[in-house]
Design a protein around this ligand. Structure first.
Ligand code: E4P
Length: 217
């Protein structure tokens, strides 16, 4: 399973990239706001660090304008995936831009039928939002499972990019269910290394090692 980092924070991307943990990056208008930077400039910098897909989201609402924005975003670097919302205009944009050879990430997916439409429109990635479904007491993981079944039934090549990941358990469950990619905030990715028994075990080893009076270096 691939890890994408859900942020426009260049320092955080660089840190995880140096550890080999970054297969791609996703951004959205809220994350661009949080970064406090110009979308073109920050996206360009992210693409200079990461060679995998970097999603940059259009903000227009009509297909003609989305297509124009998508082409401009795609011109930033060859690894841009143009992110479009799951609306009819977004699907039309997906069809046009994927036909032109660009990667397209269809975002804000909350149902299996929406995912089916995105695959038929030629999406490279579909982004079902798990956390936001959980927020309204629906089961985001059921959605990932349904999409996996449908895509496998018909051999769709669209990759399932599980988004709105909030917890380490989300990551594990997505891996078990067969999501192709998870996109998660840096803190969630870093949290995957944590275990209370690792901390406890290390503490004991350090205490015992100190008692030996030895040094390795
Ligand atoms: C996906 O591409 C989105 O950027 C993101 O995962 C949304 O997550 P949120 O629901 O935590 O805002």
């Amino acid at each position: 399973m691939k890890f994408f980092i859900d942020t426009a924070d260049v320092d955080a991307i660089r840190e995880l990239h140096d550890l080999g943990m970054v297969d791609g990056v996703t951004t959205n208008p809220s994350l661009i706001l949080k970064s406090g930077r110009d979308i073109i400039e920050v996206t360009k910098e992210i693409c200079s660090i990461v060679s995998g897909p970097v999603s940059a989201e259009v903000v227009a609402l009509t297909a003609d304008e989305m297509i124009a924005e998508g082409r401009k975003l795609a011109a930033i670097a060859p690894n841009i995936a143009v992110k479009v919302p799951l609306t009819w205009d977004g699907l039309k944009t997906c069809k046009v831009l994927s036909g032109e050879g660009f990667m397209v990430n269809v975002t804000l997916c909350f149902s299996a039928n929406q995912a089916l439409l995105a695959a038929k429109a030629g999406a490279t990635f579909i982004s079902p939002f798990i956390g936001r479904l959980d927020d309204i007491n629906l089961d985001g993981l059921d959605l990932i499972g349904d999409i996996r079944t449908i895509y496998d039934n018909y051999d769709f090549k669209t990759q399932i990019l599980a988004a709105s990941i909030r917890t380490a358990n989300h990551v594990k469950d997505c891996a078990l269910i067969g999501a192709d990619v998870v996109t998660a905030p840096p803190a969630v990715i870093k949290g995957l290394a944590s275990h209370v028994l690792t901390d406890k075990g290390l503490e004991q080893f350090m205490k015992d090692w100190a008692k030996t009076g030895q040094k390795i270096l």
